[in-house]
Design a protein around this ligand. Structure first.
Ligand SMILES: *[C@@H]1O[C@H](CO)[C@@H](O)[C@H](O)[C@H]1NC(C)=O
Length: 360
């Protein structure tokens, strides 16, 4: 995926991490089976987890774990994986000072790419989180959020946009607890470069980070004097309180939200038509995407959006400079456009039928 989108593809038996540049966003796909992680793409900071800094154009299995991975994440120059036991492995460009590095236990064997980051080319256990069972991981290009099975959120990394939710804009080398949602638990945790978001088990959405394009979707009362400023703590998005939110996805300064009825709301930056509302103006409050009902999954790239409806049909809008919309051209769209998949013929000995392709 050229245009800045990194994706995790998976089948029942493997997780494939695809790294391409420039990368600012991540998507992830859950695998039902325990999985071997394979990586492909750029590797300048060890983000493929192969113990080297050589890029590859074919998927290569990560030999040193992570083991029993259920999800893998590619984000910028870094990667992470969550195991079936709730442990997090991490590799690539890192701000972390709490990794257990195999070997001599120091970072000196890894080359420092900048004063404040180190490169860790092998999947490494996040030892500081060891006493917690991690349920969700969200990897921004320079920050990491994890939430535990008890609804506690920790954040670490870069914080210039307030994206850590610590109440300030100081970077954090180690993990800091930023929220305790133990009364409702966390069901979705997502980030972009500028923002972070959590969906709770009670259907409420919290966001934090910057708000240049109104992507936080706050009303004027919530905005207060902060106007389009930076929101440094997890902030309840009241404009969506009448809707039971089940998922959120963050692009570059825009966000897309899914409710329990399959309705999609979009807000924020829209200069590529990424909100799919038929125009290119920024939208500072959550706006229903009435064109596509019955949605079950949402995903934002850097400047484009993908929706999946309950029948398995895929709709796309936004930037298409690298053909990332899958429409066979490189023209951007500002309304959701149905993706036609090549029909796939599936045969067995008794029957053969046409099945529609699915997105990974
Ligand atoms: C999903 O999208 C397809 C293509 O537009 C449409 O024919 C179908 O009715 C949609 N399914 C639902 C349940 O809305």
């Amino acid at each position: 995926m050229k245009s800045g989108c990194s994706r995790t593809l998976c089948s029942a038996s493997l997780l494939l991490l695809v790294h391409a540049q420039p990368l600012l966003s991540q998507t992830d796909v859950k695998s039902k089976a325990l999985a071997q992680v394979f990586s492909v793409g750029s590797n300048s900071h060890g983000e493929l987890g192969l113990g080297t800094y050589q890029p590859t154009t074919v998927p290569v299995a990560c030999p040193k774990g992570p083991f029993n991975a259920v999800r893998a994440f590619a984000a910028g120059y870094r990667s992470a994986a969550l195991t079936s036991e709730g442990k997090v492995y991490f590799w690539g460009s890192s701000w972390l000072h709490d990794l257990t590095v195999p070997g001599d236990g120091s970072y000196n064997s890894y080359h420092a790419s900048a004063a404040t980051t180190i490169d860790v080319p092998n999947p490494t256990l996040l030892s500081s989180m060891y006493s917690n069972v991690i349920a969700h991981v969200a990897a921004g290009s320079n920050h990491l959020l994890v939430s535990t099975d008890r609804g506690i959120i920790f954040a670490q990394g870069e914080n210039r946009f307030g994206q850590l939710g610590t109440g300030d804009i100081e970077n954090r080398d180690g993990f800091e607890q930023i929220a305790d949602f133990s009364d409702s638990l966390v069901v979705d945790l997502q980030t972009s470069l500028q923002n972070s978001a959590a969906v709770l088990g009670n259907g409420k959405l919290y966001m934090w980070g910057e708000n240049t394009y109104g992507q936080m979707g706050l009303d004027s009362e919530e905005l207060g004097s902060a106007s389009r400023g930076v929101f440094r703590v997890p902030t309840f998005i009241k404009t969506l309180e009448k809707h039971f939110i089940v998922a959120v996805s963050l692009g570059t300064q825009f966000i897309v939200v899914l409710d329990a009825h399959g309705n999609v709301f979009a807000q924020g930056r829209n200069d590529f038509g990424q909100l799919g509302l038929g125009h290119y103006d920024p939208v500072p409050s959550p706006t229903l995407v009435s064109q596509v009902p019955n949605v079950v999954a949402i995903a934002c790239g850097l400047h484009h959006t993908v929706l999946l409806n309950i029948s398995g049909d895929v709709f796309v809008t936004g930037s298409n400079s690298a053909g990332q919309l899958g429409l066979g051209d490189q023209k951007q769209r500002n309304t959701f456009t149905h993706v036609q998949f090549e029909p796939q013929v599936v045969c067995d000995t008794t029957d053969s039928s046409m099945l529609q392709g699915e997105t990974a």
